[in-house]
Write a protein that binds this ligand. Structure first.
Ligand code: ADP
Ligand code: ZN
Length: 440
């Protein structure tokens, strides 16, 4: 804690470091990193050699432009461990993102990585209002998903109390909020609104709770949603961003100014590119966030394409932190949907549908928010033959499709069969997704 600044800062030395000093540190780390991956990850050695890049040629931060991008498919192609830079003896934790095309993306952490993650989570939690005295009700899922344990370790590092309640079981969440006096809540923004609704339904006055701050992330949300959460709970709602490939939550986090997320670029070096051309956009312009993990040991990544769209905000933040700020994530440059925190690609659903004889592969995905939870409806045409038979057994087909999709993506969806040719055809790219959640 540092009295010089209006709000407590976890690591004032790093978080308020002058920009030139930080650049020197970044360059030093970048040089080490390129040697490290060249020597320890065959995937990168091959890529560098193919492109004719030598680690010794990295002499300035701008030289990062000569390095290759890393894609999510590279991680999948090297499933599960081939991108790791250390032997399994040195890996002490394995996490995985919630799966895209069946197989999850696997990440491994050394002790040093867990320490880095705890450090950036401590920064995030403190900039979101957590202090040593706080009681943090952690309603992110514990498990392969990085949310739960990320918050857990960061809270412990600060010395606050963590309640490892994990996700779901709303009645218990409310009981703990009432009886344990939690002042900080961590979960997805949509779950916080669902919780607000249940608190109201139970006839509890939310302002009678001790809750003061919510640190919400893992899915896109808007200023309008923030307004609603802050009014209904009533708390200060803070945005936290991260992804398992980079470390988990804690890559960037808002401070009390609630005006952009400080990205911890002593560890995660950001670039914003045009997703089509791969070139840097002009300062302050929207583009795809690309991150290089400057200090990661288990699975270091060079220029990882997050697919998340944002921009670097100009100016200096009044909180005193010098880490640059990114804008809230405005969307994705691919067609990935995040449904109740799970990544879903329309292509996965298509893969299921083409295998089912009774339906034609004409479909549309409709996403809604009902009671603040995402509902994904799959509208799919039955084929002509089924349609001309007496329309019986349709329900059985719906159940079968629901079951198969659940097997594939791990979440439940609603399937509605429609007549042949009922799904609108398009001349160009089919409009597969109608997202009515109004997130942007
Ligand atoms: P999961 O296991 O849920 O898939 P991931 O680490 O793969 O976890 O999820 C990371 C993705 O979640 C990010 O790339 C981004 O698209 C989304 N995300 C995380 N935090 C935020 C946030 N604060 N705002 C918007 N999107 C977010
Ligand atoms: Zn700030």
């Amino acid at each position: 804690m540092n009295k010089q600044f209006p709000y407590p800062i976890w690591n004032a030395e790093m978080e308020t470091m002058d920009l030139e000093t930080r650049k020197t540190l970044q360059l030093y780390r970048l040089k080490e990193l390129v040697w490290y991956v060249y020597d320890n990850v065959p995937f990168y050695k091959k890529k560098f050699d193919e492109m004719g890049v030598k680690p010794s040629e990295i002499k300035s931060l701008d030289d990062i432009l000569s390095l290759p991008f890393t894609l999510k498919t590279d991680l999948r192609d090297n499933y599960p461990y081939a991108m790791f830079a250390v032997p399994m003896d040195d890996i002490i934790r394995i996490h995985a993102s919630s799966g895209t095309t069946g197989k999850p993306t696997v990440v491994g952490y050394t002790q040093e990585d867990i320490d880095t993650w705890s450090e950036v989570m401590a920064r995030s939690l403190m900039s979101g209002g957590t202090t040593r005295k706080s009681i943090v009700q952690n309603a992110y899922g514990y498990g392969l998903f990085t949310g739960g344990l990320g918050v857990h370790y960061g809270t412990e590092l600060i010395g606050a109390s963590v309640i490892p309640v994990s996700g779901g079981n709303t009645a218990r969440q409310i009981l703990l909020l009432q009886d344990f006096g939690s002042d900080v809540m961590t979960c997805t923004p949509s779950y916080s609104l669902f919780l607000a609704e249940e608190i109201e339904k139970a006839g509890i006055d939310a302002s009678s709770l001790k809750l003061r701050y919510g640190i919400f992330g893992a899915e896109p949300w808007t200023e309008a949603m923030r307004g609603e959460i802050q009014k209904r709970l009533p708390i200060k709602a803070i945005n936290i961003y991260g992804l398992s490939e980079i470390i988990g939550p804690g890559v960037a986090n808002e401070c009390q100014c609630q005006n952009g997320l400080h990205i911890y670029d002593d560890h995660f070096f950001p670039e914003i590119i045009n997703p089509e051309t791969g070139e840097h956009v002009k300062d302050g312009e929207m583009g795809e966030l690309v991150i290089t993990t400057l200090t990661k040991k288990g699975i270091p990544l060079i220029r990882y394409r997050t697919r998340d769209l944002t921009r670097i905000l100009p100016g200096v933040c009044p909180c005193g932190r010098t880490h640059p700020r990114i804008d809230r994530i405005m969307g994705r440059s691919d067609d990935m949907l995040i449904i109740r925190g799970v990544n879903v690609f329309p292509s996965q659903i298509e893969e299921v549908l083409v295998k089912i004889e009774e339906v034609a592969p004409h479909y549309q995905l409709i996403v809604e928010r009902e009671h603040n939870l995402d509902v994904l409806t799959v509208m799919v045409e039955v084929n002509d033959k089924i349609f001309s038979d007496e329309i019986k057994g349709l329900e059985a087909i719906e159940k079968k499709v629901e079951h198969d999709i659940h097997q594939m993506i791990g979440i439940s969806v609603v399937v509605k069969l429609v007549e042949p040719r009922a799904v609108a055809r398009s001349e160009g790219k089919a409009k597969r997704v109608i997202d009515n959640r109004k997130l942007q």
